[in-house]
Design a protein around this ligand. Structure first.
Ligand SMILES: Nc1ncnc2c1ncn2[C@@H]1O[C@H](COP(=O)(O)OP(=O)(O)O)[C@@H](O)[C@H]1O
Ligand SMILES: [Mg+2]
Length: 367
């Protein structure tokens, strides 16, 4: 009876541990696996296709990391030796996923060799969410600041431009100051472009008109604007559009601004000798994806995360403001969409934008 009861308890406990979706393992001081749950076996590298029972007394580095020696500077071992709980993040373990590893050493004081629980948790999604929240916060704060400054500068700047233009009209061509005055006007013009960029970013300018519009029309008219420069820069444009209109809700002008920002960046990335830009539109049930690929210089891995940050630029002073992608990001987010980037240095860059579809066309009007 007693034995049966213990067996019953054991099954209950194992059932509970197996129900945990995160990999869990109990290892001893010699890296031997003493117990593991089902998720551990499912996530393990497991080169010899061991089943769950055969895992017992295999080394953790063999079974989980696919190695034949302990991982360099094994932190589990360190936690075991120090006898303190610890946690860290790893990207190398499971196909580049962000894994949080938690170690609780010496869980069984009766054992000769101390036993340690290792718990692996996939936090990739949570991390991405945290990053986008942090970015949204940063954008909001910067937007307020930039918008305030831009508003303050806007009026005196308009004054400078107006007076410079008036003075220019009244000056004769041989006036000794005419060149200086032209300088003033053109410098003010440059400031105006920057201020408009800031206002666009802060979105403290005119409130947006939102309407239902055909994304394909928006794309075609935007591309028409870029034809001449693409030809001049020796860039081939490949466009794949679906046949039927793709309706979305929002501001056609702003989406066009996003596309222009991306294309301008692509053109810059190919300034050393042409290449190609491919634009594809892939509608699905509830959303549409716009993919813009270029065969330009690509983006270094370590800066890939920063490209949407306001004022982040790798371009020389005067050539980049670092606002193009920050503005694009905020426009796409306002359209309840998302924007992401993938890039391989020396091969090219792909931006993907996802926007929700306007499904009003599906509702058949009564009568
Ligand atoms: N298609 C691209 N190819 C290579 N690098 C790019 C591309 N798009 C953006 N970048 C990088 O991202 C940075 C930020 O872009 P953006 O916000 O448009 O600002 P800016 O163009 O003024 O530098 C660029 O300076 C560049 O380093
Ligand atoms: Mg740009």
């Amino acid at each position: 009876m007693a034995v049966e009861f213990v067996e019953h308890l054991k099954t209950q406990w194992m059932g509970m541990i197996d129900a945990v979706e995160d990999p869990l393992v109990l290892i001893d001081a010699n890296y031997n696996i003493r117990r593991q749950n089902r998720a551990y076996v499912e996530h393990a590298v497991n080169p010899n296709q061991l089943d769950i029972r055969q895992f017992k007394d295999k080394k953790c580095y063999e079974a989980f990391a696919g190695r034949n020696a302990p991982c360099p500077e094994c932190k589990v071992k360190k936690a075991q030796e120090d006898g303190i709980k610890s946690a860290w993040h790893m990207r190398e373990l499971l196909q580049g996923r962000d894994i949080e590893v938690r170690v609780s050493p010496n869980v069984d004081s009766e054992e000769q060799s101390s036993l340690t629980v290792v718990h692996y948790r996939d936090v990739t999604h949570q991390k991405a969410l945290q990053n986008s929240l942090a970015r949204a916060d940063k954008l909001a704060a910067l937007g307020k600041l930039a918008g305030g400054v831009a508003h303050e500068i806007n009026s005196p700047l308009a004054g400078i431009m107006a007076f410079a233009q008036m003075a220019l009209r009244e000056m004769d061509e041989d006036n000794p100051h005419i060149e200086d005055m032209r300088e003033i006007e053109s410098a003010a013009q440059k400031c105006k472009v920057i201020v408009e960029g800031l206002l666009g970013f802060a979105r403290q300018d005119a409130p947006d008109v939102t309407e239902r519009f055909d994304l394909l029309e928006c794309i075609s008219s935007t591309l028409r604007l870029t034809k001449a420069i693409l030809r001049k820069e020796n860039i081939q444009l490949i466009v794949n559009l679906p046949e039927n209109p793709v309706y979305i809700d929002g501001s056609s002008g702003r989406i066009s601004q996003v596309l222009l920002n991306l294309i301008t960046n692509s053109i810059y990335a190919m300034k050393d000798g042409g290449g190609e830009i491919e634009l594809g539109v892939l509608p699905s049930d509830s959303q549409v994806e716009i993919k813009l690929r270029d065969s330009g210089a690509g983006i270094k891995k370590d800066i890939l995360k920063k490209v949407f940050d306001p004022f982040f630029t790798t371009k020389p002073v005067g050539e980049g403001t670092g606002l193009g992608l920050a503005i694009s990001y905020s426009i796409v987010t306002q359209h309840k969409g998302s924007i992401s980037v993938e890039s391989v240095e020396g091969v090219g860059t792909t931006f993907s934008i996802t926007l929700p579809l306007d499904r009003r066309d599906l509702k058949t009007p009564a009568g």
